[in-house]
Design a protein around this ligand. Sequence first.
Ligand code: ATP
Length: 356
Amino acid sequence: MIHIEKLKKVYDNGYEALKSINLEINEGELVCLLGPSGCGKTTILNLLAGLLDPTSGEIKFDNESIIGKHPKDRNIGLVFQNYALYPHMTVLENVMFPLTVGNKKKPKNEAIEIAKKYMKVTSIEELADKKPGNMSGGQQQRVAITRALVQSPKILLLDEPLSNLDARLRLQIREEIRRLVKEIGITTIFVTHDQEEALSISDRIVLMNQGIVQQFDIPQNLYLEPANLFVAKFMGNPIINIFDMKKDGNVLNGKDFSIDLSLLNKDRFKQDLTEENYVVGIRPEYFELSKNPLFNVKVESVELIGKDAILNFKVNDVNAKSITDISDKIAEGDKVGFGIDYNSIYIFQENGVRVY
Ligand code: ATP
């Protein structure tokens, strides 16, 4: 449905915002563009929308190049974080507006009918006579999405649509957005810098950094099978624990614990470990309280989050975290011993390439 090939964007000041992006997005898919500020998410969205021209590369919708096509002729719906509703118009007038202008203009009665049909789908019928200034952020965002849908576009582009909403409303509206776009079956691209948001609503996630796609995959794989060190560090909360270790024979050594490579799962090695320095990643949930521990630590502090207790401690000279159950009743100052679930650790080369 959306085909992006060797897409590159260099801004007028010479900044290379997108390096060479290749993406293939299927019809009806909900894909999140995820990544830290400045990684190029909005640039991709603006290139798809036609608000920017690429420096080089190809974008096709349904096998047809859209390079050079006017935004109006791309059959897309756009929603921004600031809603951009017309303050002097009612909700109904805002929603029907796209149907009352341009060359595909509809008669007024028909425009009202179509607008009302979509307002029913997004549950904003009761707001029809209100003005945007008298509504909550969540209601305004629903109106903006409805307005983007009335021309029945083939593609819906959403740029951080929830970032102006409070935490609870974000959760609610993101569920609504997923339900809505799946119901309509529209191909949707959703920009966010929030990994939890991306994990919860996407069919697939494009994780970007510095203008390069780091991994394009289903949500589970970004978490469980990170392609590289950047992905492993970006996904997960609390962040994955990272240890610099030195290889000596068949062992990776750290100050407080070592990893015997012969105990690891042979099938998970992507290549032989021939270098001296490696980076080991262990998610906080894969340190296991153990009676035959690999190492012992003193717990420096405990944070309770629901039924989880996050323990902070120092090991191999770095600050580390583990998640235990609140019922383990571990307190600040306690000495605890940890083992490691070897099947769930990751090993990276210093350049970030994952080797296990
Ligand atoms: P954010 O989450 O902060 O919106 P983003 O991932 O959407 O970030 P982009 O807005 O796509 O990032 O910007 C990518 C990079 O390009 C950034 O480093 C940004 O400073 C730069 N950039 C964006 N627009 C321009 C411009 N018009 N001229 C020069 N550089 C730009």
